[in-house]
Design a protein around this ligand. Structure first.
Ligand code: HEM
Length: 350
């Protein structure tokens, strides 16, 4: 049988799935309620697609090792870039929502209680799958309070499963250069501590890096050297999502990303930051819209409204441990010169 457009897309279901409460008998129809429903449905469809991409990414990254000689990493990056692109569009869709005025909204707002985007289980699953832990949530005591048990269960399941952030940590820890000292035996240190080729290992490289970094900080910024040491050499995994080994690899990727083999790993880190950035943009625009729409009134979902949303903006920054590494970058002209054993690996000729 030939495929028929509207059947293939199940349009009968989708196009007939808008049921404004204000249009029901006994109520006064509020024109803008249709827009309100359609825009939420459009968002939820895009959330579905985003989750589809993210799930496929955790599946690939969850394997024992990502095969570097295959398209796997490329697929991961490509799908995450798609997620970032969808999120960009979702930020812009707030423009459409804002064509509704606060008075238009009041025409039907009270009929919606307690329904709210706060009950979007797909949004919460997305946050959890990317790596937002329960401990780091704003409004922990009520973030699932308005949800039905079946939805709470799938959010909890997402929180307990492999997250993109955890898998990223694992993948970064696997980077070979700081485990095998053979890569560093010909490294020429600029520090007297490692003179005459004695003791040369990857610590010599990081020692040089730290000295160059410290020399280039202003007096007011010298405290950053302590952060550098803590994060790169002594990160307590219980308090952080990325281990010291993972942070070393991520910083290495960021500073030497000009080498061909680090281009894709760099894109992976950069795309995750872009996802955080777009989620942040969405949160900010959504919160401003909420302020304009309901002022300081509490949300239909029972939170403090704009106050809760501001707290989520401040706390729900999932990949912040990657962006923090930018504090430790040094001018690329001053970067330590890598030994041939490593540059061979990082180039096309390896
Ligand atoms: C008139 C338009 C809107 C208003 C006044 C509004 C209001 C709010 C408020 C006050 C909250 C805080 C929770 C609560 O309800 O107590 C919230 C959360 C939320 N809203 Fe909206 N919203 C609007 C449109 C949208 C749209 C179009 C979406 C798209 C899906 C959306 C998605 C969400 C999500 C995902 C949350 C949870 C955010 C988080 O937990 O960080 N909202 N909304």
């Amino acid at each position: 049988m030939s495929v028929y457009y509207s059947e293939y897309l199940a349009l009968d279901k989708i196009i007939n799935a808008q049921h404004p409460i204000s249009f029901k008998e006994g109520n006064e129809p509020a024109h803008d309620e249709m827009l309100f429903i359609v825009i939420h449905q459009a968002y939820e469809l895009w959330f579905k697609q985003i989750l589809f991409e993210v799930n496929s990414v955790t599946e690939i990254m969850g394997k024992d090792t990502i095969d570097d000689n295959s398209a796997e990493l490329q697929t991961v990056v490509h799908r995450l870039q798609r997620v970032a692109t969808i999120l960009k569009v979702l930020v812009q869709q707030i423009d459409i929502m804002e064509t509704m005025t606060p008075l238009d909204f009041l025409d039907f707002r009270d009929m919606l209680r307690p329904a709210s985007g706060f009950q979007s289980y797909q949004f919460k699953i997305l946050e959890a799958k990317l790596g937002l832990k329960f401990e780091h949530r704003h409004g922990q005591c009520y973030y699932t309070s308005q949800l039905q048990q079946k939805d709470i269960d799938i959010i909890k399941e997402a929180e307990a499963g492999n997250t993109v952030l955890e898998l990223l940590n694992r993948w970064l820890e696997r980077m070979p250069f700081f485990e095998d000292e053979n890569y560093w035996k010909n490294y020429i240190s600029i520090s007297k501590k490692y003179e005459n080729g004695t003791n040369v290992n990857h610590s010599a490289f990081w020692n040089d890096y730290e000295n160059i970094y410290a020399d280039n900080l202003s007096e007011a910024e010298k405290i950053n050297v302590d952060h550098f040491k803590n994060i790169l050499f002594d990160a307590q995994k219980s308090e952080r999502s990325l281990s010291s080994a993972a942070c070393k690899s991520a910083l290495f990727i960021m500073i030497y990303r000009g080498y061909p083999m680090l281009e894709l790993p760099f894109q992976l880190l950069d795309t995750l930051l872009e996802i955080d950035n777009q989620l942040g943009n969405w949160r900010y625009r959504h919160m401003n819209m909420v302020r304009r729409m309901i002022g300081t009134r509490i949300g239909t979902g029972g939170s403090t409204g704009a106050g809760y949303l501001q707290g989520a903006i401040d706390k729900h920054n999932i990949f912040k441990e990657i962006s923090q590494l930018s504090s430790f970058l040094i001018d690329r002209r001053k970067l330590p010169k890598l030994p041939k054993e490593i540059t061979d690996k990082l180039g096309y000729q390896a």
